[in-house]
Design a protein around this ligand. Structure first.
Ligand code: HSE
Length: 450
């Protein structure tokens, strides 16, 4: 039977049970419950164990729906935390407290934990990872970045033999959906946001999505793993997309770019960049082609070169898949006596230190600058003079034809320039008598594709 393989079962494995306690039966919690239920047989075959949803705690659910009706439900997390039969506690309530206390309490009880809580990890990660090490338990957080994309596992394990030189990507589906809608349908930001909220991608408070905060949470987590540094939310410079106008999207297109909300970190050896902001991406770059609510995360490793991971960054089942992957990883390590095999942040904790972040004022990149001015003689010369005085070189310029009023948008594409110089120039341009609105500055991707 050439080309045909038959599997032989030599012995019946002893089936173990891994018992999971879930705090929070919201969208992602349901995703996990359904995944463990739907994939039970597949996981049994892959792992040699049965993963059981043993207990659920949720404040607002009165009864679990089928097929979970028989799973014990409580409105107190303590019932999960104090159940000695539970091996892994999964926290999916989000927010700082009581999520932080629940995770610390579970770990103090010797239970392994899994969380999707990016906001919590980007602020209290140092404390939580230290607690996991102290109590010799595992802490899984795959679903905290990139929804269903196995980005954390890829970074910790697949790319372990690399120094990460560049880490960047689209890490918020809501913002990407909004920018895609603005690009494809020329609609204002507010209309695109309302549409995203209606489709259910947005966080409870969409400010986190549109002001780049959710993206910064995720960047802090990935940077911590990539560099072996405790990167905190406060290390990251964050600008959102709420002041972008359809006109910016249109000009970007004319220059051959798409505007994306990017998380960017470049490793300069003794310091690392940490920034989230709208970015003009060349239209033939792969990140420019990521549309709708999708996420994509790009790494450049010194051994592997460029790697791009793409997929659904939010949603019940994709995120449930990622949480389940953590549960299974922990279960496998428990079964093989290998708990702690892969450190939570990839590096041994002895090597961890605080990061040195590149000051934003030292950044050098190309820029897009939109200036709204009265259409008067000499205005263009005045702006060009200010840019020249600050050592900023103009690569291209477009002026929109005069409209009904007397204001016009002049858009400059600037060669690679220094952030501090651009900021000083913008302040002077905005102080000109002919300038009618604050100028809009968008950084352009440093296009260093290999
Ligand atoms: N609100 C987030 C997003 C969900 O839009 O990507 C996943 O973090």
């Amino acid at each position: 039977m050439q080309g045909n393989f038959a599997y032989k079962i030599h012995k019946t494995p002893v089936m173990k049970e891994i018992r999971v306690g879930l705090i929070g039966f919201g969208t992602v919690g349901q995703g996990l419950a359904h995944t463990l239920f739907n994939q039970q047989e597949t996981l049994r075959r892959k792992v040699g164990a049965t993963f059981v949803l043993a207990r659920v705690a949720d404040l607002s659910v009165e009864q679990l729906p089928p097929p979970f009706s028989k799973v014990p439900l409580s409105d107190s997390a303590d019932d999960v935390l104090n159940d000695p039969a539970i091996d892994i506690v999964v926290e999916l309530i989000g927010g700082m407290e009581p999520a932080r206390s629940f995770l610390l309490a579970a770990m103090a009880e010797g239970k392994h934990v899994v969380t999707a809580n990016k906001a919590l990890l980007s602020v209290h990660g140092k404390e939580l990872f230290a607690a996991a090490a102290e109590h010799h338990v595992e802490i899984g957080f795959e679903a905290s970045v990139g929804g269903g994309i196995p980005v954390i596992k890829a970074l910790k394990e697949g790319l372990v033999a690399n120094k990460i030189e560049v880490l960047r990507g689209i890490m918020n589906g809501t913002a990407n959906y909004i920018l895609t809608q603005m690009t494809e349908h020329s609609i204002p930001f507010a209309d695109a946001l309302a549409d995203a909220q209606q489709k259910g991608f947005a966080e409870a408070d969409p400010t986190y999505d549109v002001e780049g905060i959710d993206t910064a949470h995720k960047l802090a987590i990935l940077m911590s793993i990539a560099y072996g540094r405790h990167v905190h939310l406060d290390h990251i410079t964050v600008e959102g997309i709420s002041n972008l106008k359809p006109v910016d999207v249109e000009f970007a297109r004319q220059f051959g770019y798409r505007i994306k909300l990017l998380a960017i970190s470049r490793n300069h050896g003794d310091h690392v960049e940490a920034r989230v902001h709208p970015t003009m991406v060349p239209e033939d770059h792969m990140l420019a082609m990521i549309n709708g609510p999708f996420n994509a995360i790009e790494f450049r490793g010194d051994t592997v070169g460029d790697v791009l991971l793409y997929g659904q960054g939010a949603g019940m089942m994709p995120t449930g898949s990622a949480v389940a992957a953590d549960v299974v990883d922990i279960g496998r390590n428990m079964l093989s006596g290998a708990v702690g095999r892969v450190p939570a942040l990839s590096y041994q904790s002895d090597y961890f230190s605080d990061p040195v972040i590149t000051p934003m004022q030292e950044l050098r990149c190309p820029y897009y600058l939109r200036v709204n001015v009265l259409d008067q003689p000499g205005v263009m010369a005045a702006i060009a003079g200010i840019l020249g005085k600050h050592g900023i070189s103009i690569r291209a310029v477009i002026q929109r034809g005069r409209q009904a009023g007397t204001e016009v948008d002049i858009v400059f594409r600037l060669h690679e320039s220094n952030e501090a110089a651009v900021n000083k120039a913008v302040a002077q341009i905005d102080a000109l008598p002919a300038t009618t609105l604050p100028s809009v500055k968008i950084r352009v991707l440093i296009d260093d594709r290999e």
